[in-house]
Design a binder for this molecule. Structure first.
Ligand SMILES: Cc1ncc(C[n+]2csc(CCOP(=O)(O)OP(=O)(O)O)c2C)c(N)n1
Length: 339
């Protein structure tokens, strides 16, 4: 079992552009989700709000290593950063939260069950393992049609999700079939309020990879550079035919399970530990230290993100919600597929 640090020697020191790219998506996601959280707390969002605060580095680092139009990316509830990095328009997210009838689910879903299968992003079914077999199926179908080439499929899951039957069956199948699958496990230490110690008895989630006969890698999920480099290597390996890659990012969710939850079960000690470091400020400091950008460049990134968020929310807010008496409902994805 290799750790992120064990890979250091193999890593090329040419990731600065990718790191900056990922950082931009992190800033956009944080800015957007902070705003959405405020709107939710003002009582203006009907559905729940689940954010990826503290997980943006791990999320965007996977997506910047994927190729849109070729690879498959199946994000979950804490992957706002990854979604944007993979090309999801911000207005799709704003419209979904605000219930706009112009959104991907035409105002029927209030939060995260949106996607765009034609763009390689399946709509999320469940947070607890359901998406791995969906990605397996897409990869299988392409393999059978002879159109897979060197594409990969990636999806994410939480620590709690790794205890489900869906996770086990899908990973087992992917391993037996040697599918080019990347599963990124955001190990944020809790499944809702259940700590890891009550979720599984193995020392590390990468131990589970041993049981399936696949590669398992651990990474500091608060360190953007480590995340970008580790995913780079794992995506390359999957593309090259080395089979499924399980990447476990150790971090802490810097929010409740949803914005309705103030997470009193997360101890002060844990919050102040290394796991509780904020990946965004850490990446900010690292970028300045390495000279990959200066403070003025970073100020511009924050300003552009702020403008983009305001514009997306303004657009979504000014649109109509669906009229249940006249609307002929079908999901955006199925209505496109039925055209
Ligand atoms: C089949 C099913 N059971 C329960 C839930 C409710 N639920 C959603 S997320 C979650 C906890 C997930 O924890 P974890 O996998 O660690 O991910 P995290 O929320 O920490 O990102 C639960 C219990 C669900 N969505 N689906």
């Amino acid at each position: 079992m290799a750790s992120g640090a064990d890979h250091e020697d193999n890593l090329k020191n040419d990731s600065s552009e990718m790191v900056l790219d990922a950082f931009r998506w992190m800033v956009l996601a944080r800015t957007f989700e902070d705003k959405i959280s405020s709107i939710y707390k003002a009582g203006k969002i009907v559905g729940g709000v689940y954010v990826g605060k503290g997980q943006e580095a791990f999320s965007s680092a996977l997506a910047v290593n994927l190729v849109k139009g070729k690879d498959i990316y199946s994000p979950l509830i804490r992957d706002m950063a990854g979604r944007s990095a993979f090309g999801e328009p911000l207005v799709d997210a704003a419209r979904t939260y605000m219930g706009s009838s112009k959104g991907p689910t035409q105002g029927r879903d209030g939060n995260v069950h949106r996607g765009n299968p034609r763009e390689g992003m399946p709509a999320m079914i469940s947070h607890l393992g359901a998406m791995i077999s969906v990605v397996n199926g897409i990869l299988f179908a392409r393999r059978m049609k002879g159109t897979l080439d060197d594409a990969v499929g990636a999806t994410t899951i939480g620590d709690g999700g790794t205890s489900t039957g869906a996770f086990h069956e899908a990973l087992n199948l992917a391993a037996v079939e040697n599918l080019p699958l990347i599963v990124s496990v955001a190990n944020n230490q809790f499944a809702y309020s259940t700590p890891n110690s009550k979720q599984f008895a193995c020392d590390n989630i990468t131990d589970k990879a041993v049981g399936y006969g696949i590669t398992g890698v651990e990474v500091d999920g608060t360190d953007l550079v480590d995340c970008v480099n580790t995913f780079k290597l794992c995506v390359e390996k999957a593309r090259a035919g080395d089979g499924p890659q399980l990447v476990v990012g150790n971090l802490l969710r810097l929010s409740g399970h949803g914005e309705h939850d103030d997470a009193p079960y997360i101890s002060e000690d844990l919050r102040k530990s290394k796991l509780g470091e904020d990946c965004l400020s850490k990446a900010h400091n690292r970028i300045l230290d390495e000279g990959w950008a200066n403070q003025g460049d970073i100020d511009d990134i924050f300003k552009e993100s702020d403008d983009e968020v305001k514009s997306a929310i303004h657009t979504a807010e000014s649109e109509k919600v669906p009229d249940p008496y006249s609307h002929n409902w079908s999901a955006y994805s199925s209505s496109i597929l039925n055209e």
